[in-house]
Ligand binder design. Structure first.
Ligand SMILES: NC(=O)c1ccc[n+]([C@@H]2O[C@H](COP(=O)([O-])OP(=O)(O)OC[C@H]3O[C@@H](n4cnc5c(N)ncnc54)[C@H](OP(=O)(O)O)[C@@H]3O)[C@@H](O)[C@H]2O)c1
Length: 285
């Protein structure tokens, strides 16, 4: 990974931190995106010390804010003139309805709208840096998800699992449409399930799911195991040309049947572009 620049969100904890460390160990320039300055710089120092790689940078951004995502993309492009690997890793589970300053349900905003906006803002840079890779951390929870286009933000009756599953289905729909749009550019877009992993995931504000998750934590994968597929997709030569694919345990697997519906890919793209204030592309673009 020498000479490669990798940007990873949620890099101070869990799967993202292990992924950042491993990419640094392999010689990449790693740009960590974190929302908390103290946690971010502690993880940055730890990764630098453990990997022996000083090219580990930190950018602060709150992914629940569209303005902050825009500032992040701008700050990245001021410092770097290329991007080889973008890993949309940060994600949350919330047991109760919480709204962002932009007026969106927080799970949908952090898990889907933030990676959607960030990827689109960095899209031209990725294309000029090709070959490049975009990796989005989804979840098997997508299999319980459905896109409720009449109530994407769960305002009519919030359910944490429904919101999370929908956001993880959105990660896959987004990846498939992105791969379609990027065909022939040399930029791939893939997504993955990391397994059930004992991280800080669902430790706070996750309600009943958080309690259940904490009880099963001892039997879950370690963050090192959970990061394997992200690292594989970021580095393995054998996946250089694979795009529009969902992975689990470093292998391509079929995602839920509804995730292959191209009308839904485009509908979600259209709605998301409107919500984040990007130009809405026509189906052919
Ligand atoms: N753990 C599992 O079993 C599991 C299973 C399937 C999928 N996943 C997915 O794996 C990904 C990584 O999760 P994890 O298990 O490693 O959880 P984690 O330890 O909680 O890490 C999540 C990361 O996202 C960051 N983050 C959350 N909200 C943010 C915001 N508004 N702005 C910026 N950063 C934010 C967190 O920052 P703070 O430290 O500041 O909170 C943290 O660095 C997520 O997308 C999750 O949905 C996890």
């Amino acid at each position: 990974m020498q000479g490669k620049i990798c940007l990873i969100t949620g890099a101070n904890s869990g799967i993202g931190k292990v992924t950042a460390l491993e990419l640094a160990r392999r010689g990449a320039t790693v740009v960590m995106v974190c929302r908390n300055a103290a946690k971010g710089s502690a993880a940055q120092s730890e990764i630098r010390d453990t990997s022996g790689n000083t090219a580990v940078d930190l950018l602060l951004a709150d992914l629940s804010s569209l303005a902050s995502v825009r500032e992040l993309a701008e700050a990245f492009q001021k410092r770097y003139s290329r991007l080889d690997v973008l890993i949309n890793n940060a994600g949350i589970y919330l047991g109760r309805y919480m709204e962002t300053n932009d007026g969106f349900e927080q799970t949908f905003a952090v898990n889907h709208l933030a990676p959607f906006l960030l990827t689109n803002l960095l899209r031209d840079l990725l294309i000029t840096s090709a070959p490049a890779r975009i990796i989005t951390v989804s979840s098997e929870a997508h299999r319980w998800g459905r896109m409720d286009f009449d109530d994407l933000h769960g305002k009519r009756g919030y359910n944490g699992m429904r919101a999370y599953s929908q956001s993880k289905l959105a990660n896959i729909l987004f990846t498939y449409e992105l791969a379609r749009q990027l065909a022939g550019t040399g930029v791939t877009a893939n997504c993955l399930h990391p397994g059930g992993v004992a991280t800080n995931f669902a430790k706070e504000k996750a309600g009943l799911f958080g309690i259940i998750f904490s009880l099963i934590r001892p039997v879950l994968r370690t963050p090192e195991q959970g990061a394997e597929t992200s690292i594989y997709l970021a580095t393995a030569p054998e996946v250089a040309d694979i795009t529009g694919t969902y992975f689990r345990d470093k292998r391509p697997v079929r995602s839920a049947r509804i995730s292959y519906d191209q009308t839904t890919w485009q509908r979600l793209w259209h709605v998301s572009a409107e919500l984040v204030g990007l130009p809405v592309l026509t189906a052919a673009e």
